[in-house]
Design a protein around this ligand. Structure first.
Ligand SMILES: C[S@@+](CC[C@H](N)C(=O)[O-])C[C@H]1O[C@@H](n2cnc3c(N)ncnc32)[C@H](O)[C@@H]1O
Length: 439
């Protein structure tokens, strides 16, 4: 008997395309209309290439297809996809509606993940940020798109610290599903460990090499070559504890001692310990529960946005830069490409920029781009954004990004999408009123 199971929903066999300003429409995957290329209208430079950071105004699926068909922006491969789509909470937020019918939401997620999949690097990972509304169904979709074996983990993020006393349970977490098409074992060899907290390093002997921590100079098990006498500075002769050995052989111990790498506590009478300097500390394997004290809360993210844009009603669902910093740190190296298909206020792009990663961010609602995404990224480039991870990355500004508008692959927009308003805000390098496309 096969153990194959599948989540089914009405219209699953169709593809869900963006239509109009915020709607969607079902199409047969074979529909002739899908042979059209989404039209990219550059609002800054027309030279989008594999070095550009790109803010796309439009739908994520149209954006990926438009960039892939008309530019080589995706050619180096995408190392990290982080998406924070509408969770389908059935709530209308100030900036966007989160009230899709479930079949549409499921197809919307599946089709956008499937579109980005061919552009992933071998060691890529995909992080999908959700809450209890759809996370269990999303996991089945990700199993279907990337394969069950690509599942790495689910991370629980403590998104708030205040209690809602009206609810049965006061939900204070989101879930982030992590997949790596190469599988968790292979991916583990290329992901980064967390940096160890160095604040507890001390310099108890004024070592000119700097502060250090220490670890026992013993190893488990009985190894003959690692059983020898060690004489402490106080004159005590020591042997390894029963069932254990010294950490290294005698010649290695002698050279470590000569290099002042052995520390004898208790005024020189205690058991030897190995001194470990900051550069010698192995990083930490990340836990799956991420607390607000380490990576911030939704409210921290809102405070950051309020500092940047005190005049604008705050974005309802931003994520803190500290959260994205951890994700980007684990999943990428400097210079690699980070993609976010649901950019919102632009946290992923802003954080990636400060961390010297390349980025592509897509946001469908022009007003959100005008109010938040675009001015925020401009502030990052100008060095005027002092919040988020600015001080921890010593960010002082620099770099650049391009802005393009993508029109849906079929149909027409029902009202002007206001590329001209965006172009005006960015100083209008390319005439946004014309129909020039990157194609
Ligand atoms: C939860 S918010 C993202 C918040 C973001 N992570 C931040 O820190 O600000 C989701 C965003 O996705 C946008 N969106 C919804 N559907 C989209 C689509 N099909 N393509 C691109 N953006 C979309 C919404 O307008 C909204 O701004």
């Amino acid at each position: 008997m096969s153990d194959f199971v599948e989540l089914v929903w009405p219209n699953k066999e169709l593809t869900l395309r963006a239509s109009g300003l915020t709607g969607y429409e079902w199409l047969q995957p074979t529909d002739e209309l899908l042979k059209n290329s989404p039209k990219l209208t550059p609002l800054t430079s027309t030279n989008l290439d594999r070095r550009s950071n790109i803010l796309v105004i439009g739908d994520g699926l149209d954006a990926i297809e438009g960039l892939a068909m008309n530019t080589d922006a995706l050619e180096g491969g995408v190392r990290l996809v982080y998406i924070d789509p509408p969770f389908n909470t059935q709530v209308n937020f100030r900036q966007y509606n989160d009230t899709m019918q479930r079949p549409m939401w499921l197809s919307m997620l599946r089709d956008r993940l499937a579109a980005v999949k061919p552009h992933l690097t071998e060691d890529a990972s995909i992080w999908v940020h959700l809450d209890d509304s759809e996370v269990h169904r999303a996991r089945m979709i990700m199993d279907e798109v990337f394969g069950e074996k690509a599942f790495v983990t689910s991370i629980v993020w403590q998104k708030k610290t205040t209690r809602d006393s009206r609810a049965a349970f006061s939900s204070n977490h989101d879930t982030i599903l992590v997949y790596a098409p190469s599988g968790p074992r292979a991916w583990k060899t290329s992901r980064n460990l967390l940096v160890k907290d160095e604040t507890n390093l001390l310099n108890r002997d004024h070592d000119p090499r700097g502060p250090w921590t220490d670890a026992p100079f013993t190893a488990p098990g009985f190894r003959k070559a690692q059983q020898y006498d060690i004489v402490t500075p106080g004159g005590t002769v020591l042997r390894p504890p029963r069932g254990r050995s010294w950490y290294a052989t005698e010649p290695t111990f002698e050279s470590l001692l000569a290099d002042d790498r052995i520390w004898f506590p208790k005024n020189g009478n205690g058991s030897p310990r190995l001194k470990l300097f900051a550069h010698q500390l192995r990083g930490l394997v990340p836990f799956t529960v991420w607390g607000s004290a380490d990576v911030g809360t939704n409210d921290d993210a809102k405070r950051h946005l309020l500092e940047l844009f005190p005049e604008v009603e705050v974005f309802d669902t931003p994520k803190p830069e500290e959260l994205l910093e951890r994700i980007i740190h684990i999943a990428t190296k400097p210079g690699e490409l980070v993609v976010d298909l649901f950019a919102g206020s632009g946290t992923t792009a802003a954080t990636a920029h400060k961390m010297h990663r390349r980025w592509i961010a897509v946001e469908r609602i022009t007003q959100t781009v005008l109010d938040f995404t675009l001015p925020r990224l401009q502030a990052v480039v100008d060095g005027t954004d002092r919040g988020g991870i600015t001080s921890q990355t010593s960010w002082t500004g620099g770099g650049a990004f391009e802005v393009v508008h993508v029109t849906p692959r079929f149909g027409t927009l029902t009202s002007p999408h206001r590329p001209a308003a965006v172009a005006k805000k960015i100083g209008r390098i390319v005439d946004a009123g014309d129909s020039a496309s990157v194609a």
